[in-house]
Design a protein around this ligand. Structure first.
Ligand code: BGC
Length: 282
């Protein structure tokens, strides 16, 4: 059946509650924490979602089920983001199932903490491989598809959007975590250099730098009242963040509402980067 033009006009009209309608998103590391919250929020905003995970498939399926409840399509795909072959297979599957990709949330990341003189090469390599090389590999595949497809104005004013999950530790040095801080410092200039190179192609690349967010990665820092009290000394707003704080920012960065924003890191940290020690000291 050939549908009349008015049908398409109504169907494609911007919906303020579903700003990502008709878009396809991949969120890496989406079976827990910040990745899960981003996947749910992008899904609720109307995007179909690939939920990437590397272990615990049952958690990925749980997230898929929640996204489907919001009326969007969702698919769990296993891939280790540091492995080129697995990343390419994941993208091939996404393009086969969903046809294209409009939004990549480069979220997968981990910590392998150690005092500097005790840090093993394996701890160093693991963190750089997942947190930095993984973002490169996923972004490269996404950009290849953005360039192939170009802008589809009914879907988005951009050919594609990439959101890199960074950290306040892209600027705050972090003893005991030099591998992690180095990986996030690397993400900062990966993001900015990509943004500079790809802006003429209408591809937007930005980062979110979360502060302390309650997720499994930093459980020890907020689990006990004593630990949380210590942590709160670093957060002027006086609360530890929750994954939804980051997810809301991701929806905005993925939508055309941020059309003129590229090459920027948005710090979502309750003021952690404001040198809270100087509020009374110095
Ligand atoms: C780290 C967390 C830490 C937070 C603030 C994050 O990037 O993954 O472990 O609590 O930065 O220091």
């Amino acid at each position: 059946m050939i549908l009349p033009a008015w049908f398409h006009a109504v169907n494609n009209a911007p919906d303020p509650l579903k700003p990502l309608k008709n878009q396809k998103a991949l969120v890496t590391g989406a079976n827990s924490g910040i990745g899960e919250a981003c996947a749910l929020a992008l899904g609720a905003a109307g995007a179909d979602i690939v939920v990437n995970y590397v272990s615990r498939p049952e958690e990925a399926e749980r997230v898929v089920g929640l996204i489907k409840q919001s009326g969007s399509r969702a698919l769990a795909v296993r891939a280790d983001v540091s492995r080129e072959d697995e990343v390419q297979a994941m993208f091939a599957q996404m393009l086969k199932e969903f046809g294209t990709i409009d939004i990549l949330v480069n979220n997968a990341g981990l910590q392998r903490d150690a005092r500097f003189h005790e840090m093993t090469l394996e701890q160093w390599n693991t963190v750089i491989a997942i947190n930095l090389t993984g973002q490169f590999l996923c972004a490269r595949e996404a950009v290849r598809e953005f360039l192939r497809r170009g802008v589809v104005p009914e879907v988005s004013s951009a050919a594609g959007k990439i959101i890199c999950m960074s950290s306040v530790h892209e600027v705050i040095p972090w003893g005991g975590h030099v591998n992690y801080a180095a990986s996030k410092g690397g993400v900062m200039l990966l993001m900015k250099s990509m943004a500079q190179e790809l802006a003429p192609k209408k591809i937007r690349v930005n980062s979110i730098a979360p502060g302390a967010i309650k997720t499994p990665i930093n459980r020890a820092a907020w689990e006990t009242p004593e630990a949380e009290a210590e942590l709160l000394k670093l957060i002027p707003e006086g609360r530890v963040g929750v994954p939804e704080d980051i997810a809301r920012t991701a929806v905005w960065l993925a939508s055309d509402a941020s059309d003129y924003v590229t090459g920027t890191t948005l710090f979502v940290d309750g003021g952690m980067t404001l040198y809270p020690g100087f509020a009374t000291g110095g």
